[in-house]
Every structure is written in structure tokens, then in C-alpha cells.
Ligand binder design. Structure first.
Ligand code: AMP
Length: 470
């Protein structure tokens, strides 16, 4: 499989070890508020990606950190006059429940920053020993001038890294403007005791400490939104390669594009966000998952209601197709059509080619609709075995897309209940179809009325007709 690697700026072949084992780390949430659909964009993508890899035989260990100690959490706790711990645990529960609704459940292990303080302190001690970090009045800082490769991921020079347009730590006494804090001295709660002064960790070192404790100093894939490329991911490389002198710290770096509103990144600070909960209240988790996977993970994805409505129209088409296939499954005909087998096989190959090329879900999804369009004209003539083959094929794809099949509440059309449609109605609908094909519209209308008298209506759509109970 080819993936675009931010480190090399090209598509690289993703390879695990001999056993196809892949260690993957994705930056998790800072738990001080509800997550918005921009966060969902990044987490839905990695969820689907990991499920696809596992389906294809990779043994992926997917690790996600939880930032449960941070200035934003402390500020929110002070506003609400409760502890930082309470804020973090409240919003962590909310995060888990949002992810569950979105079927984001591929993470092997969540690791909280507060559970890794010992590992963080251990890394800082090694940095101090090597002279890469230094102590000042307010904390301990990483000296970026000691790491010659600083900027290799974001392709910034040290000078550009210090231009002040990105989030860098304040700190009046720092040696270089771009130096970042690894430990903040503070005697206010939450604080931890250290060999130096008590305080709390800086935000970059949390990830390297967690990752090292699970994977060692080097691992395979690191992912997150593109805003993390600098300074966060750059700082992580400097930290871990500085400590271990093993290069590269991570072999593949994957970054998702932003979910935007009028072209601007959706974010808490800009106030242009829609929480996952509000979106779900208005639409459904399934529509959000589909909306996200319909665009390529590296492209910007603009959130507009009209785009969401278009998603509903397209999902309705999928629902109608599934409903028709379910009806065909209830037939008792076993002969397989070669033509259907070929369509399934060709679609499977085209989807695989799309997904193996930097996980191109929009292309794979367009192949799904082409598939539906190819099968639809044949739908009334499918044997139960054809229908079962189609269902199996769709279930395979849905094991990582997870928007094709859904619970009753999320369906956008009522599925036909074949068992409740009597043989007589079935016979009449076939007769009506025949009349229509022969352009005997008067006869077709008479049959429609007869069916209506029996309590059913026939709806003609461009993909065929549907029978519904009146
Ligand atoms: P945060 O809690 O803000 O640090 O974000 C958690 C993850 O969500 C990070 O990987 C961010 O890059 C990602 N993220 C935040 N906002 C957006 C957005 N608007 N679009 C895509 N990803 C985002």
C-alpha cells in the first residue's frame, strides 16, 4: 500500500515487519470540552484506515494519547471552580461516547498523560544529561540549536521555526525563541514531584514518553491533523531522536486535512465549530462518517448544510439498494449469474486499487455507486445466490467504511418486507411491469388501482418500482 509520507514528501510503500506488525500512534484529544466534527474528521479517517489494514492482514497496534493535563484544562477548571481532574474525566467520557456513536473503535489502547509522568520525567533526565535541555526560573526547555535536523518534517529552517506565527511556548529566559518547554515549574495543583522542582509536563513530551513506553524509541506510523506538523511533531522528532540518537523516530508521518467552514479551519478558538453531539442530533452518526470518508483524508473538507443534504440523498440510494437486495435474498433461486460475479470482481479490484493508493476513499466510494448503478437494472432478476454474493461483498467493504449497513433508526428508506407482500400482489406488479414495457399504460394503471385496493402503492423511481404499504 502506498501512503503519502509527510517526512519524505512522497508516496511510500507502507511496510510492517516480517509479521506485518505496525505500531501506529495518533494524537488524541485534549479533554477540556466537547469534541467537534473537525476532530471527528481525523479520528474517523484513522479508524477506517486501521480497520482496512487489519482486514488486509496487518497486525496494527493503534495507540492514542489523551491529554488530560494542559493549560486549557486548568483554565476551564478554574472557570468552573472544580478540579482539572474532574474536567478531564467529564470530557473524556464525552469523547468516548462520541466515538462509540461514530463507530470509531479501532484504538488498541488509550494512554493518559497523567499516567505517564514517570516516563516523562525519565525522558527529561536524559535530555538534561545530554545537555539538550536546560533549566530556567520557570521551567525546563529543549534547546533546538542542539538538534541539527530541527525542521526536517515541516521543512522549516530554525529561523522560520522561530518566526512566532506558530504556537510556541512563551518563556522570557529561553536561549532560542523556538525552544519549547518540557516541564513547567509550578506549585499549584495539578503538580507532580520531580528531582528538580515540582510542576507539570509541557505538551510535546507527553507523546514521546507514551510512545517510547509502548513501542521503544522507534516506530512505524504517526498521525494527526496537519496543524500538528509544526511545532508539535517537529518537537517530538527532536525529543526522541535527541534522546536515543536513533533515526528515524517514526518512519511514516500521515497528516489529515482540515475540516473547514467557509475555508477556515473549524476550531474552538475561532468559535466556528459544530460539536459531534449537535451534528448527530440534527443528522446522524452515519451521515457524519459518510461525509468524512467521501473526501480524501488530506484534502480540505468544507462543512456546509447543502453538502450534508447531498450525503443523505446518496445514502438513501444505498438504503434502497440494500432493501432491494434483501428482497432478492428471500427468493429461492440458486443459479448464479456470471455477469453479476464479474461486476463484483471488477468492483473489488477497482476499490482495492483506490484504497491502496494513499487510501483514496472518495474514489472507492464512487466505485461503490458505479456498482449499484450496474446492478440496479438487473435487480428484479437476481437469484437469491446473486443477492447473497452481493451482500457478502458489501459487508466486506463495510467492515472498514461502516456506513453501508445501519440500524433501523438510521435508515433513510423503509426496507420492503417481502414476507408481508402477498404472492397475488407480486404477480400483479409483474403483470403491470410487463404492461408498461409494452406501453399499455391503461392496463398498467388499472393494475395499479387494483393493488391500491389491496392496501399497497407502487412508486416508480428511476431505478425501478417500489411497493409500499399504504
Ligand atoms: P486537539 O484536541 O485540538 O488537539 O485536536 C485533536 C486532533 O483533532 C488533532 O489531530 C487535530 O489536528 C485534529 N483536529 C482539530 N481540529 C480539526 C479540524 N478542523 N479538521 C481536522 N482535524 C482537526
Amino acid at each position: 500500500m502506498q501512503i503519502q509520507n509527510t517526512l519524505t514528501r512522497k508516496k511510500d510503500t507502507l511496510e510492517g515487519d516480517k509479521e506485518k506488525k505496525i505500531n501506529l500512534f495518533v494524537w488524541g484529544p485534549t479533554v477540556y470540552d466537547h469534541s467537534h466534527i473537525g476532530h471527528a474528521r481525523t479520528y474517523v479517517f484513522f479508524d477506517s484506515f486501521v480497520k482496512y489494514l487489519r482486514k488486509n492482514g496487518y497486525d496494527v497496534f493503534y495507540l492514542q494519547n489523551i491529554t488530560d493535563i494542559d493549560d486549557k484544562i486548568i483554565a476551564r477548571a478554574n472557570e468552573n471552580q472544580i478540579s482539572a481532574k474532574e474536567i478531564a474525566s467529564t470530557f473524556l467520557k464525552e469523547y468516548y461516547s462520541d466515538m462509540e456513536l461514530l463507530k470509531v473503535n479501532a484504538v488498541s489502547r488509550y494512554a493518559k498523560a497523567t499516567e505517564c509522568i514517570k516516563e516523562i520525567i525519565g525522558q527529561i533526565e536524559r535530555l538534561l544529561e545530554k545537555g539538550i535541555a536546560y533549566k530556567k526560573e520557570d521551567g525546563i526547555y529543549y534547546d533546538i540549536s542542539k538538534f541539527k535536523d530541527y525542521g526536517k518534517l515541516s521543512k522549516r529552517t530554525t529561523q522560520q521555526a522561530e518566526d512566532g506565527t506558530s504556537r510556541i511556548d512563551e518563556g522570557v529566559e529561553k536561549k532560542n525563541k523556538g525552544d519549547f518547554c518540557v516541564w513547567k515549574f509550578s506549585n499549584k495543583e495539578p503538580k507532580w514531584t520531580t528531582p528538580w522542582k515540582e510542576g507539570r509536563p509541557g505538551w510535546h513530551i507527553e507523546d514521546t514518553a507514551i510512545a517510547e513506553s509502548f513501542f521503544g524509541p522507534q516506530y512505524d506510523v504517526h498521525g494527526g491533523g496537519r496543524d500538528l506538523m509544526f511545532p508539535h511533531h517537529e518537537a517530538e522528532i527532536a525529543l526522541m531522536e535527541g534522546i536515543s540518537e536513533k533515526v528515524p523516530f517514526v518512519r511514516y508521518w500521515m497528516h489529515t486535512g482540515f475540516l473547514t467552514v467557509n475555508g477556515e479551519k473549524m476550531s474552538k478558538s475561532l468559535g466556528n465549530f459544530v460539536t459531534i453531539k449537535d451534528f448527530i442530533k440534527k443528522h446522524s452518526p452515519r451521515i457524519l462518517r459518510f461525509f468524512i470518508l467521501k473526501s480524501h483524508y488530506r484534502s480540505p473538507l468544507d462543512y456546509e448544510e447543502k453538502n450534508i443534504n447531498q450525503c443523505s440523498v446518496e445514502l438513501r440510494k444505498i438504503d434502497q439498494f440494500i432493501s432491494d437486495i434483501e428482497c432478492a435474498c428471500q427468493e429461492n433461486t440458486k443459479e448464479e449469474k456470471e455477469e453479476i460475479k464479474t461486476i463484483i470482481q471488477e468492483t473489488r479490484q477497482k476499490m482495492k486499487a483506490a484504497l491502496e493508493d494513499d487510501f483514496n476513499t472518495p474514489l472507492a466510494i464512487s466505485e461503490l455507486f458505479t456498482f449499484i448503478n450496474k446492478i440496479n437494472p438487473e435487480i428484479k432478476n437476481l437469484s437469491s445466490l446473486d443477492a447473497k454474493n452481493i451482500t457478502e461483498f458489501l459487508k466486506g467493504i463495510d467492515s472498514f467504511l461502516e456506513f453501508i449497513f445501519c440500524c433501523k433508526e438510521e435508515r433513510l428508506v423503509c426496507y420492503q418486507d417481502k414476507e408481508n407482500i402477498s404472492k397475488e400482489i407480486e404477480r400483479l406488479t409483474k403483470e403491470r411491469e410487463k404492461a408498461r414495457k409494452e406501453k399499455d399504460f391503461q392496463k398498467a394503471d388499472e393494475i395499479r388501482k387494483k393493488i391500491a385496493d389491496m392496501g399497497y402503492c407502487i412508486e416508480d423511481t428511476k431505478d425501478g418500482f417500489k411497493i409500499k404499504k399504504i
